[in-house]
Design a protein around this ligand. Structure first.
Ligand code: HEM
Ligand code: HEM
Length: 229
Protein backbone atom coordinates (compact mmCIF):
# COMPACT_ATOMS: atom_id res chain seq x y z
CA UNK A 1 0.00 0.00 0.00
CA UNK A 2 1.29 3.40 -0.85
CA UNK A 3 2.41 5.36 2.19
CA UNK A 4 1.25 8.94 2.57
CA UNK A 5 3.64 11.29 0.87
CA UNK A 6 5.01 8.57 -1.41
CA UNK A 7 2.50 9.10 -4.21
CA UNK A 8 3.21 11.35 -7.17
CA UNK A 9 4.01 14.69 -5.59
CA UNK A 10 1.97 17.69 -6.68
CA UNK A 11 4.00 20.74 -7.44
CA UNK A 12 3.18 24.44 -7.37
CA UNK A 13 3.98 26.33 -10.52
CA UNK A 14 6.99 28.44 -9.53
CA UNK A 15 8.90 28.95 -12.73
CA UNK A 16 11.34 31.48 -11.39
CA UNK A 17 12.87 29.59 -8.53
CA UNK A 18 14.62 26.59 -9.98
CA UNK A 19 17.05 26.03 -12.76
CA UNK A 20 15.88 22.42 -13.13
CA UNK A 21 13.30 21.51 -15.79
CA UNK A 22 9.83 20.73 -14.42
CA UNK A 23 9.45 17.08 -13.34
CA UNK A 24 7.47 14.86 -15.71
CA UNK A 25 4.10 13.23 -15.03
CA UNK A 26 3.25 15.70 -12.31
CA UNK A 27 0.06 17.66 -12.48
CA UNK A 28 0.03 21.29 -11.38
CA UNK A 29 -2.33 22.33 -8.61
CA UNK A 30 -3.71 25.77 -7.95
CA UNK A 31 -1.64 27.89 -5.60
CA UNK A 32 -3.27 28.16 -2.19
CA UNK A 33 -1.52 31.34 -1.09
CA UNK A 34 -1.79 34.70 -2.80
CA UNK A 35 0.91 35.16 -5.43
CA UNK A 36 3.66 37.44 -4.08
CA UNK A 37 4.55 40.59 -6.01
CA UNK A 38 6.63 39.37 -8.92
CA UNK A 39 9.17 42.02 -9.85
CA UNK A 40 11.16 39.96 -12.31
CA UNK A 41 9.95 38.17 -15.43
CA UNK A 42 9.08 34.48 -15.50
CA UNK A 43 8.14 32.24 -18.43
CA UNK A 44 4.51 32.51 -17.30
CA UNK A 45 4.35 36.29 -17.01
CA UNK A 46 6.29 39.50 -17.43
CA UNK A 47 7.13 40.91 -13.98
CA UNK A 48 5.92 44.19 -12.50
CA UNK A 49 8.86 46.22 -13.81
CA UNK A 50 8.49 44.99 -17.42
CA UNK A 51 4.73 45.48 -17.37
CA UNK A 52 4.97 48.96 -15.82
CA UNK A 53 7.51 49.96 -18.48
CA UNK A 54 5.48 48.44 -21.32
CA UNK A 55 2.18 50.08 -20.42
CA UNK A 56 3.50 53.47 -19.29
CA UNK A 57 5.51 53.71 -22.51
CA UNK A 58 2.51 52.64 -24.60
CA UNK A 59 0.54 55.56 -23.09
CA UNK A 60 3.38 58.02 -23.74
CA UNK A 61 3.68 56.81 -27.35
CA UNK A 62 -0.06 57.28 -27.72
CA UNK A 63 0.36 60.87 -26.50
CA UNK A 64 3.20 61.53 -28.96
CA UNK A 65 1.37 60.12 -31.97
CA UNK A 66 -1.99 61.62 -31.00
CA UNK A 67 -0.36 65.08 -30.76
CA UNK A 68 1.31 64.79 -34.15
CA UNK A 69 -1.79 63.18 -35.68
CA UNK A 70 -4.04 66.00 -34.43
CA UNK A 71 -1.55 68.56 -35.73
CA UNK A 72 -1.69 66.92 -39.16
CA UNK A 73 -5.48 66.69 -39.08
CA UNK A 74 -6.51 70.11 -37.77
CA UNK A 75 -3.33 72.18 -37.90
CA UNK A 76 -2.59 74.83 -35.29
CA UNK A 77 -5.02 75.04 -32.38
CA UNK A 78 -4.79 75.36 -28.59
CA UNK A 79 -5.17 71.55 -28.25
CA UNK A 80 -2.37 70.97 -30.77
CA UNK A 81 -0.14 73.50 -29.01
CA UNK A 82 -0.79 71.80 -25.66
CA UNK A 83 -0.03 68.29 -26.94
CA UNK A 84 2.84 69.09 -29.29
CA UNK A 85 4.30 71.52 -26.72
CA UNK A 86 5.37 68.54 -24.61
CA UNK A 87 6.67 66.55 -27.61
CA UNK A 88 10.42 66.99 -27.00
CA UNK A 89 10.08 66.44 -23.22
CA UNK A 90 7.93 63.32 -23.55
CA UNK A 91 10.20 62.05 -26.35
CA UNK A 92 13.29 62.49 -24.16
CA UNK A 93 11.54 60.64 -21.33
CA UNK A 94 10.62 57.84 -23.77
CA UNK A 95 14.26 57.58 -24.84
CA UNK A 96 15.39 57.19 -21.20
CA UNK A 97 12.62 54.63 -20.52
CA UNK A 98 13.54 52.67 -23.68
CA UNK A 99 17.17 52.45 -22.50
CA UNK A 100 16.06 51.28 -19.06
CA UNK A 101 13.61 48.79 -20.59
CA UNK A 102 16.25 47.40 -22.93
CA UNK A 103 18.68 46.92 -20.04
CA UNK A 104 15.99 45.30 -17.88
CA UNK A 105 14.97 43.12 -20.83
CA UNK A 106 18.55 41.89 -21.25
CA UNK A 107 18.84 41.08 -17.53
CA UNK A 108 15.56 39.13 -17.72
CA UNK A 109 16.01 37.64 -21.18
CA UNK A 110 16.65 34.08 -20.05
CA UNK A 111 13.77 34.16 -17.58
CA UNK A 112 11.16 35.12 -20.19
CA UNK A 113 8.89 32.91 -22.26
CA UNK A 114 10.49 31.99 -25.59
CA UNK A 115 8.24 30.67 -28.32
CA UNK A 116 9.92 27.87 -30.27
CA UNK A 117 9.91 27.53 -34.06
CA UNK A 118 9.76 29.99 -36.94
CA UNK A 119 6.82 31.95 -35.46
CA UNK A 120 8.81 32.47 -32.29
CA UNK A 121 11.74 33.77 -34.34
CA UNK A 122 9.45 36.17 -36.20
CA UNK A 123 8.03 37.43 -32.88
CA UNK A 124 11.54 37.99 -31.50
CA UNK A 125 12.53 39.85 -34.68
CA UNK A 126 9.38 41.97 -34.41
CA UNK A 127 10.16 42.91 -30.79
CA UNK A 128 13.76 43.66 -31.77
CA UNK A 129 12.53 45.97 -34.54
CA UNK A 130 10.29 47.77 -32.03
CA UNK A 131 13.30 48.29 -29.75
CA UNK A 132 15.42 49.51 -32.66
CA UNK A 133 12.78 52.09 -33.58
CA UNK A 134 11.98 53.04 -29.97
CA UNK A 135 15.66 53.98 -29.56
CA UNK A 136 16.47 55.37 -33.01
CA UNK A 137 13.46 57.70 -33.37
CA UNK A 138 14.14 59.82 -30.24
CA UNK A 139 17.95 59.46 -30.61
CA UNK A 140 17.85 61.12 -34.04
CA UNK A 141 15.67 63.93 -32.67
CA UNK A 142 17.98 64.46 -29.69
CA UNK A 143 21.02 64.54 -31.97
CA UNK A 144 19.22 67.07 -34.14
CA UNK A 145 18.33 69.14 -31.10
CA UNK A 146 21.95 69.09 -29.91
CA UNK A 147 23.10 70.07 -33.40
CA UNK A 148 20.71 73.02 -33.38
CA UNK A 149 22.75 74.53 -30.54
CA UNK A 150 19.67 74.96 -28.35
CA UNK A 151 19.56 73.94 -24.68
CA UNK A 152 17.71 70.77 -23.78
CA UNK A 153 15.49 71.05 -20.70
CA UNK A 154 12.83 68.32 -20.72
CA UNK A 155 10.03 69.21 -18.27
CA UNK A 156 12.14 72.22 -17.27
CA UNK A 157 15.05 70.05 -16.13
CA UNK A 158 18.28 71.55 -17.51
CA UNK A 159 19.90 68.49 -19.14
CA UNK A 160 22.17 70.09 -21.73
CA UNK A 161 23.22 73.72 -22.06
CA UNK A 162 22.88 75.06 -25.58
CA UNK A 163 26.16 75.61 -27.41
CA UNK A 164 24.59 78.32 -29.55
CA UNK A 165 26.43 76.82 -32.51
CA UNK A 166 24.50 75.17 -35.31
CA UNK A 167 26.04 71.91 -36.61
CA UNK A 168 24.20 70.94 -39.80
CA UNK A 169 25.78 67.45 -40.00
CA UNK A 170 24.18 66.52 -36.65
CA UNK A 171 20.81 67.89 -37.70
CA UNK A 172 20.59 66.24 -41.10
CA UNK A 173 19.85 62.62 -39.97
CA UNK A 174 17.00 63.90 -37.78
CA UNK A 175 15.69 66.13 -40.56
CA UNK A 176 15.69 63.20 -42.95
CA UNK A 177 14.51 60.33 -40.80
CA UNK A 178 12.97 61.31 -37.42
CA UNK A 179 9.43 61.88 -38.67
CA UNK A 180 9.57 59.10 -41.25
CA UNK A 181 10.85 56.46 -38.82
CA UNK A 182 8.33 57.63 -36.22
CA UNK A 183 5.50 56.75 -38.64
CA UNK A 184 7.20 53.42 -39.38
CA UNK A 185 7.22 52.81 -35.61
CA UNK A 186 3.50 53.56 -35.49
CA UNK A 187 2.91 51.02 -38.28
CA UNK A 188 5.05 48.46 -36.42
CA UNK A 189 3.01 49.05 -33.23
CA UNK A 190 -0.20 48.54 -35.23
CA UNK A 191 1.23 45.22 -36.49
CA UNK A 192 2.25 44.29 -32.95
CA UNK A 193 -1.24 44.98 -31.56
CA UNK A 194 -2.77 43.10 -34.51
CA UNK A 195 -0.64 40.04 -33.73
CA UNK A 196 -1.58 40.23 -30.03
CA UNK A 197 -5.26 40.15 -31.09
CA UNK A 198 -4.62 37.13 -33.35
CA UNK A 199 -2.80 35.33 -30.49
CA UNK A 200 -5.63 36.10 -28.10
CA UNK A 201 -8.77 35.59 -30.17
CA UNK A 202 -7.67 33.13 -32.87
CA UNK A 203 -4.88 31.02 -31.42
CA UNK A 204 -5.95 31.50 -27.77
CA UNK A 205 -2.44 30.65 -26.65
CA UNK A 206 -2.10 32.69 -23.46
CA UNK A 207 0.04 35.50 -24.90
CA UNK A 208 -2.15 38.28 -23.50
CA UNK A 209 -2.01 37.24 -19.80
CA UNK A 210 1.79 37.40 -19.95
CA UNK A 211 1.63 41.18 -20.40
CA UNK A 212 -1.98 42.04 -19.61
CA UNK A 213 -4.20 41.80 -16.55
CA UNK A 214 -4.42 38.45 -14.83
CA UNK A 215 -7.96 37.06 -14.93
CA UNK A 216 -9.77 37.25 -11.60
CA UNK A 217 -9.19 34.16 -9.44
CA UNK A 218 -6.66 32.71 -11.83
CA UNK A 219 -3.33 31.54 -10.54
CA UNK A 220 -2.56 29.96 -13.83
CA UNK A 221 0.06 27.23 -13.78
CA UNK A 222 2.98 27.62 -16.08
CA UNK A 223 1.85 26.53 -19.50
CA UNK A 224 5.34 26.31 -20.88
CA UNK A 225 8.14 23.89 -20.41
CA UNK A 226 10.68 26.69 -20.83
CA UNK A 227 12.44 26.96 -17.50
CA UNK A 228 14.53 30.03 -16.71
CA UNK A 229 18.20 29.29 -17.00
C1 HEM B 1 -2.65 48.52 -27.00
C2 HEM B 1 -1.36 48.41 -27.20
C3 HEM B 1 -0.52 47.20 -26.89
C4 HEM B 1 -0.88 45.92 -26.55
C5 HEM B 1 -2.28 45.33 -26.41
C6 HEM B 1 0.35 45.18 -26.36
C7 HEM B 1 0.42 43.85 -25.97
C8 HEM B 1 1.58 43.16 -25.73
C9 HEM B 1 1.66 41.79 -25.25
C10 HEM B 1 0.46 40.90 -24.92
C11 HEM B 1 2.97 41.45 -25.17
C12 HEM B 1 3.55 40.08 -24.76
C13 HEM B 1 3.97 39.35 -26.00
C14 HEM B 1 4.66 38.02 -25.74
O1 HEM B 1 4.95 37.70 -24.60
O2 HEM B 1 4.93 37.31 -26.71
C15 HEM B 1 3.74 42.59 -25.58
C16 HEM B 1 5.12 42.64 -25.63
C17 HEM B 1 5.84 43.69 -26.14
N1 HEM B 1 5.32 44.88 -26.56
FE1 HEM B 1 3.37 45.45 -26.58
N2 HEM B 1 1.40 46.00 -26.62
C18 HEM B 1 0.92 47.24 -26.93
C19 HEM B 1 1.65 48.36 -27.23
C20 HEM B 1 3.02 48.37 -27.41
C21 HEM B 1 3.78 49.53 -27.83
C22 HEM B 1 3.20 50.93 -28.10
C23 HEM B 1 5.08 49.12 -27.93
C24 HEM B 1 6.31 49.90 -28.34
C25 HEM B 1 6.35 50.97 -29.05
C26 HEM B 1 5.13 47.71 -27.55
C27 HEM B 1 6.28 46.94 -27.54
C28 HEM B 1 6.36 45.65 -27.04
C29 HEM B 1 7.61 44.90 -26.89
C30 HEM B 1 9.01 45.39 -27.30
C31 HEM B 1 7.27 43.69 -26.30
C32 HEM B 1 8.23 42.55 -25.91
C33 HEM B 1 8.39 42.57 -24.41
C34 HEM B 1 9.26 43.71 -23.94
O3 HEM B 1 10.47 43.70 -24.23
O4 HEM B 1 8.72 44.62 -23.28
N3 HEM B 1 3.87 47.29 -27.24
N4 HEM B 1 2.87 43.62 -25.92
C1 HEM C 1 10.01 58.15 -29.23
C2 HEM C 1 9.74 59.43 -29.16
C3 HEM C 1 9.22 60.24 -30.31
C4 HEM C 1 8.23 59.97 -31.22
C5 HEM C 1 7.38 58.71 -31.30
C6 HEM C 1 8.16 61.09 -32.11
C7 HEM C 1 7.27 61.19 -33.16
C8 HEM C 1 7.21 62.24 -34.04
C9 HEM C 1 6.30 62.35 -35.15
C10 HEM C 1 5.25 61.31 -35.53
C11 HEM C 1 6.54 63.52 -35.78
C12 HEM C 1 5.78 64.10 -36.99
C13 HEM C 1 6.51 63.85 -38.26
C14 HEM C 1 5.78 64.50 -39.42
O1 HEM C 1 5.45 65.70 -39.31
O2 HEM C 1 5.51 63.79 -40.39
C15 HEM C 1 7.62 64.16 -35.07
C16 HEM C 1 8.16 65.41 -35.41
C17 HEM C 1 9.09 66.07 -34.64
N1 HEM C 1 9.69 65.61 -33.49
FE1 HEM C 1 9.40 63.84 -32.62
N2 HEM C 1 9.08 62.03 -31.74
C18 HEM C 1 9.75 61.55 -30.64
C19 HEM C 1 10.75 62.16 -29.94
C20 HEM C 1 11.22 63.45 -30.19
C21 HEM C 1 12.22 64.14 -29.42
C22 HEM C 1 12.98 63.56 -28.24
C23 HEM C 1 12.36 65.38 -29.97
C24 HEM C 1 13.27 66.53 -29.60
C25 HEM C 1 14.22 66.47 -28.71
C26 HEM C 1 11.46 65.46 -31.09
C27 HEM C 1 11.34 66.54 -31.93
C28 HEM C 1 10.55 66.59 -33.04
C29 HEM C 1 10.50 67.73 -33.94
C30 HEM C 1 11.31 69.01 -33.81
C31 HEM C 1 9.59 67.38 -34.95
C32 HEM C 1 9.18 68.23 -36.13
C33 HEM C 1 8.01 69.05 -35.64
C34 HEM C 1 7.57 70.04 -36.68
O3 HEM C 1 7.56 69.70 -37.86
O4 HEM C 1 7.17 71.11 -36.25
N3 HEM C 1 10.78 64.27 -31.20
N4 HEM C 1 8.00 63.36 -34.03
Amino acid sequence: MAKPGHGPALRLARPDRSAAPPPRNRSPQPEKEPTPLQWRDTPARYGLVSRALHWSMALLFLWQFAGMGIRLAIGRSPVTAFMVGSHASVGTLLFALALARGAWGLVNLRRRHHEAGPLGRVARLGHLALYGLMLTVPALALLRHYGSGRALAPFGLPLLPGSGERIEALMLPGDLAHGLLAWVLLAAVAGHVGMVLVHHFVWRDGTWPRMGARQAGSHAPVATGAAPR
